[in-house]
Design a binder for this molecule. Sequence first.
Ligand code: FE2
Length: 390
Amino acid sequence: MRSVVAALCLALCGCDSVHALFAPRARRAPASPGVAMGPWLLGPAAGEMTVAWTTAEPVKGRVWYLEDRLAQEDTARTDHRVTLRSLPLDAVVRYRIEASPPVAGTFRTAPTPHSPFRVLVYGDNRTNNGDHALVARAAAAEGAQLALHTGDMVVNAADNELWARWFSEEADLLLRTPFVPTLGNHEITDNGVSYARWFQPPSRPAYHSLDYGPVHLVVLDSFEMAAGADPHSGAVSDAQLAWVEEDLRGVPAEKHVWMLVHQGPFAHPAHMRPGRGGSERVRLAVQAAARRHSIEAVFAGHEHFYERGEVDGLRYFVIGGGGAPLEDPDPTFPTVEAAHKALSFVTVDVCGCHVTGKAKDIAGRVLDSFTLSSCKEPCGAPLAAKGGAP
Ligand SMILES: [Fe+2]
């Protein structure tokens, strides 16, 4: 029998030696499975970053960073989240996921209150004949340190193939840019299951806030399922309204307070349809926030165009040109200061008390420029120089 197998091996496999076939297998550590989806970076905070990815087989996730530090999971799983801790501020960190093949990336950690940084704001991708890929590629080239997503990533959140495509088209950006999304109406087409799986820490509502250098970011949920939202109709609970006001209690006056939400307080499409335009409940949330702190800007999406405007001193943005079928804004509406029907994104540059921004199309052409905050002191001056906030 052995001779028959040996002959077959020599004839079919080209084995150098039959001994190789029968020799006991060398003891080797099991190979780590490959990264199936990701990585992407979550939870940017002073001194922390979480690396997320998936594998086809359960394994304990392990991430090397800062040369010789290791962070790892306690149990084997397929959806991985490993938090890197004790990171220096405003530093480039290289990380490597143990996988076959390994995957390495770099990111810049959260800034100091005075270090300059760039934020990307984009959304409404809705995988559409590669348009999303064009926006993601152009946005990735901006070198932003933080990415804010205004919601609606895929048409049908229950379709895993769409998610795989979305992550693939975002790969270059997500490898090195921490990602903070807000939940869109398309994210609840599977009752929010995938959104929670990819982006949301367990036991936390979709609305939350975070501090990033001199910015305090309030992330609202304009399609709150607990308040009765469905993919066609937004909702914001009284509990969320109370939370917003409470969240801003005690936020230092000199902080830049931004709000990120899918359906914003104001939007002016040329052709109004049910469920479009601004949200009354979100306007209440912004008003609740404004009772505690001045709001520097509200970044929203939902409508597939770019709009910047101001209502009673509140600066609002609609940033929804991320790949979904484009729609016409109404540039003649009195509160609208800029409006464009274009595949587009926004970059915001922050340096101490200075905040400026640009809306760009996928060719890099500047569609709009704006200033959200300025002061006499040069970029990098202490935050106390900003003043003027209540
Ligand atoms: Fe939407």
